[in-house]
Design a protein around this ligand. Structure first.
Ligand SMILES: Cc1ncc(COP(=O)(O)O)c(C=O)c1O
Length: 408
């Protein structure tokens, strides 16, 4: 018999705790940023894949056959899309295709931050971004949000306070167009103010546009990158939320002095070329119409979720009506601990994101949670919210009433 080999003494310093074994998706899955199955245009992707493979499939024989920045026709599509959608004027050589915007986040962090550095983030922000920063040992300071996005009066105050202490933050990380998790869209006036403050303090802006295609009106303010003409801003985007997170294709837009350094850091021999080729072929013909159709599906699901919450939780759940995206940020009564609720709900087949994992202010977020409404069918959303209300009542005594029925 072979003796078990103990890998633990060999681990590099700071390796994260081991992952848990995956047991499949729960019945009512409200986490993870999955999109709707209807959002994946399978037939047209098959057509695009066939066309592009016939035309240049043999080029899969080489790494990066149109250069290390990524598949050129995809970058050319992005130049057009970013211009019409986000008002960005850039060239294909100012775009680096990445393996999801997750890789973009990792690359920007590798380029700019190390242990002990300070950065500023929206108080409620992308959970995985917080985990990464904690792992690096970065001091991430949260700036509170209102319905629109980051409170710039508080940002100004914090920047001045840090200046007095001799601390210069490396960057301000923001999700200005459909914020994760709160769903707000920062107005053009506030964007201008944010850029002014960042420039005054010599701090970079790191703009994450993961959800910016998912705006119900299909109109959004110009991106920070566009307004600053790229100076002092790094922009990341993704196809995950418009066409499928499993594709793993994202992009960084930056001026060449920054992009060339990010390219040098991206030592992965290239993002999957087949995905890039299929996306380029599909998107040049269909992207704009596709996004309009997707937004109809998503906004309908959001209303189903809002109605189900109102029916099952009554006044115990407070939430807004976000103008886009795939998440609803919800406040429950103050004594509900959503970390505990998440565990109890999971045992009943409902997964949710507890607020503290999506915030730098754990106390403020304690009674808050994020639900992703994109993937479950409308009927599943309704059933899942009813189960969640039942679990919440059992664990915390609220809501007292569901579907207009008094509960013991
Ligand atoms: C704000 C934000 N940025 C980046 C990502 C990473 O997405 P991906 O790597 O799939 O592009 C996510 C995923 O949910 C996100 O919410």
């Amino acid at each position: 018999m072979t003796a078990p080999f103990d890998v633990v003494p060999l681990l590099a310093p700071d390796t994260p705790p081991p992952a848990l074994k995956w047991n499949g998706f729960p019945k009512y899955n409200f986490i993870g940023g999955h999109i709707a199955t209807e959002q994946v245009p399978v037939d047209q992707l098959i057509e695009a894949a066939t066309t592009v493979l016939r035309r240049e499939g043999a080029m899969l024989s080489t790494y990066n056959h149109t250069g290390p920045l990524g598949y050129r026709p995809l970058r050319e599509f992005l130049v057009r899309k970013l211009k019409s959608h986000a008002a960005i004027d850039c060239s294909a050589d100012e775009i680096l295709i990445t393996s999801g915007s997750t890789q973009g986040l990792a690359l920007v962090n590798s380029l700019l931050v190390g242990k002990g550095d300070t950065i500023l983030v929206e108080q409620e922000t992308y959970g995985s971004a917080i985990i990464r920063l904690v792992r690096i040992g970065v001091n991430a300071i949260g700036i509170p949000l209102d319905n629109e996005g980051m409170r710039l009066d508080l940002l100004k105050q914090k920047l001045e306070e840090l200046k007095q202490k001799g601390v210069k933050p490396k960057y301000i990380y923001t999700i200005p167009t459909v914020q994760n998790p709160t769903g707000g869209i920062l107005s053009e006036a506030r964007r201008a103010e944010l850029l002014k403050l960042a420039a005054e303090h010599g701090v970079m802006i790191f703009e994450d546009e993961c959800y910016s295609d998912l705006v119900w009106t299909n109109k959004r303010p110009p991106s920070l990158y566009a307004m600053a003409k790229g100076e002092g801003v790094i922009f990341i985007g993704s196809f995950s939320k418009s066409l499928g997170p499993a594709l793993r294709v994202g992009y960084i837009v930056a001026k060449w002095d920054v992009l060339s350094r990010l390219q040098a850091l991206k030592q992965d021999a290239g993002t999957g070329a087949l995905e890039q080729m299929v996306l380029a072929e599909y998107c040049s013909k269909h992207f704009a119409d596709h996004v309009i159709r997707s937004n109809k599906v998503l906004s309908r699901k959001l209303q189903v979720l809002r109605e189900a919450l109102a029916e099952q939780f009554g006044t115990s759940a407070e939430f807004g009506d976000p103008p886009g995206g795939i998440y609803l940020w919800i406040k429950l009564p103050d004594d509900v601990d959503t970390m505990k609720l998440a565990q109890a709900a999971l045992a009943a087949g409902v997964s949710l994101n507890p607020g503290p994992e999506w915030s730098t202010n754990k106390q403020h977020a304690r009674c808050r949670l994020r639900l992703c409404f994109a993937n479950p069918e409308p009927e599943t959303i309704k059933q899942g919210v009813a189960v969640l209300a039942e679990v919440c009542r059992r664990e915390f005594g609220v809501p007292l009433r569901s579907a207009n029925v008094e509960k013991a």
